[in-house]
Design a protein around this ligand. Structure first.
Ligand code: MSP
Length: 522
């Protein structure tokens, strides 16, 4: 059986996860669910990044131990993932023993083979971003290039990872593996960053305590990126000699995908493969870098009070509608925008009008004209043939897109099929056929084609809208059957009995009304 290992970034345990961070997790969930449908043995990892000065300071301000602080945020975050229907197989936390052991062993190994050495660090540090910057990287006024806040000068003894030694092998690796960094524009950014010249990276700190101690020199704690990146191996049981998930999903795995936001691309595209080269661990992963979810005013920020939380949207409009909006409206490589007006508009068009209407009017006609029993029939006509053709093309394109993490393109095709089916009803006029007993075979064939379209649409949207897909499948009388990508094909069902009472899947929203409600809730 083929394997798929897909990971989200591990989230800083410093605050509440918003709709932007949730985007990373939702797209990974879509990928994992899709691969399970394809029959891949899939391992989906997410977790928490729990060390560092920022977290130490936040805990101190609350008067609690850092461990107590991160425990409560980890619980809140893993509960959120359950509520968002995320199907992660594991939840790694960097304060766990299984992770600490791996990081300490990795660090010692890199000291022993000379890829980590002790030196003096002097640099400009951004506390909120937990990142050091060189002079050339800082903004002209000395502020942080990522968040724009002031940086501080720090001088201390530190361990360094030899990035310089691996710059050329890394460039060679990137050139030889065209899908290593996606999309292409992000790859070009990384290549030009490396070509400008890398500097060795300081990977330990003595100025704070909340981190993993370096075993051979415990006044140092491991600096956050070596700690954080190692989660992708520690969760797989990297150190053990047994038949571990590490062997199965990493060393011998078929697909390993790390999904990251554009702001942490550099760490994953440069530090991580270099760490792996230094450890002599094969670079098995492909990196997908996505853009940011923005709001009307630009970036979400607590100080501006414009942060959108996923459960607020999901409670109001349904979880699946929110998942669909994020996956369908964001083109992976670019920034996307979340606004309630756009969300409501898309809800009405994509869900209430297109999908909801197709399902409800088709099932009603099946009940009205053939007592809910749909059968494959041999009768055909040009419209039906065209629908079969469109199904074939759409399924092919959909799978190609979903394999390549191009969910927006894949879903666009699904909606093309929904439009085609709605048009098919207008072309064939089933209510007219029903009036003429001689047209019974034609009517049956129309209803069967509609049935097959709805079934295949439900299958294709199931990684994104799992609850909706289950409801539709149940309404089609298929509960729990025909659920693999191989069933995405016209003509799989011979006969089926649909529900007598289809529910309204998505009720049209009134924009003005919704804005009144939203305003009164704030
Ligand atoms: N802890 C690091 C990752 C370590 S991975 C070995 C981190 N954490 S984070 O909580 O700040 O961010 C987690 C993810 O959320 C990142 O991929 C980041 O790009 C993403 N996002 C944060 N804000 C976002 C949006 N507004 N939109 C989309 N993704 C965003 O970085």
């Amino acid at each position: 059986m083929k394997t798929c290992y897909v990971t989200t970034p591990i989230y800083y345990a410093s605050g509440k996860v918003h709709i932007g961070n949730s985007y990373s997790t939702i797209v990974c969930d879509v990928f994992a669910r899709y691969h399970r449908m394809k029959g891949f043995d899939t391992f989906f990892l997410t977790g928490m990044d729990e060390h560092g000065l920022k977290i130490e300071t936040a805990a101190k301000n609350k008067g609690i131990e850092p461990q107590t602080f991160v425990d409560s945020i980890a619980k809140e975050t893993s509960d959120l993932w359950k509520n968002l229907n995320i199907t992660n197989d594991d939840f790694i936390r960097t304060s766990e023993e299984r992770h600490i052991k791996v990081v300490q062993a990795i660090f010692e190994r890199l000291i022993q083979n000379g890829d980590i050495y002790l030196g003096q660090y002097e640099g400009d540090y951004c506390v909120p971003c937990e990142a050091f910057f060189t002079k050339t990287q800082l903004n002209s006024d000395g502020t942080c290039p990522d968040c724009g806040r002031p940086t501080i000068k720090v001088k201390e003894e530190g361990y360094f990872l030899r990035l310089t030694k691996y710059a050329d092998p890394l460039l060679k690796y990137i050139k030889e593996h065209p899908t290593f960094i996606q999309p292409e524009t992000r790859k070009n950014e990384v290549v030009s960053f490396i070509e400008q010249g890398l500097e060795d990276l300081c990977v330990s700190r003595t100025s704070f305590k909340w981190g993993i101690p370096v075993l051979s020199n415990p006044k140092h704690v491991v600096y956050v990126w070596i700690d954080a990146l190692s989660n992708y191996l520690s969760a797989l049981g990297y150190l053990s000699n047994d038949e571990t998930p590490y062997q199965k999903y990493w060393v011998n795995g078929d697909r390993v995908i790390h999904v990251v936001g554009k702001d942490i691309l550099r760490f994953h595209a440069i530090y991580w493969p270099i760490m792996l080269m230094a450890l002599e661990v094969p670079i098995r992963f492909e990196l997908i870098a996505h853009g940011w979810v923005m709001v009307k005013e630009g970036k979400m920020s607590k100080s501006k009070g414009n942060v959108v939380y996923p459960m607020d949207v999901a409670r109001r409009y349904g979880l699946d509608a929110m998942r669909l909006y994020l996956v369908k409206e964001m083109s992976l490589g670019n920034d996307g925008i979340f606004t309630y007006d756009r969300f409501i508009e898309k809800f009405n068009v994509d869900l209430a009008n297109d999908l909801g209407n197709l399902v409800s009017r088709s099932i009603s006609m099946m009940n009205k004209y053939v007592q809910g029993t749909v059968r494959k029939s041999t009768f055909t006509n040009e419209f039906s043939q065209d629908v079969e053709c469109v199904i074939g093309e759409v399924v092919l394109g959909f799978q190609k897109a979903f394999d390549a993490f191009e969910f927006q393109d894949g879903l666009e095709l699904v909606w093309n099929l929904i439009h085609r089916a709605n048009k098919y009803i207008d072309e064939t006029l089933p209510w007219g056929l029903a009036k003429n007993p001689e047209k019974m075979a034609e009517l049956e064939t129309v209803l069967y084609h509609l049935y097959e379209v709805i079934r295949i649409v439900a299958l294709m949207i199931s990684p994104v809208m799992p609850d909706t897909a289950t409801i539709i499948y149940d309404e089609l009388g298929l509960n729990g059957r025909f659920l693999t990508t191989e069933d995405m094909m016209y003509g799989v069902i011979d006969e089926a009995q649909v529900t007598q009472k289809p529910i309204v899947l998505f009720k049209r929203l009134d924009l003005e009304e919704e804005f009144k409600n939203l305003a009164s809730d704030v």
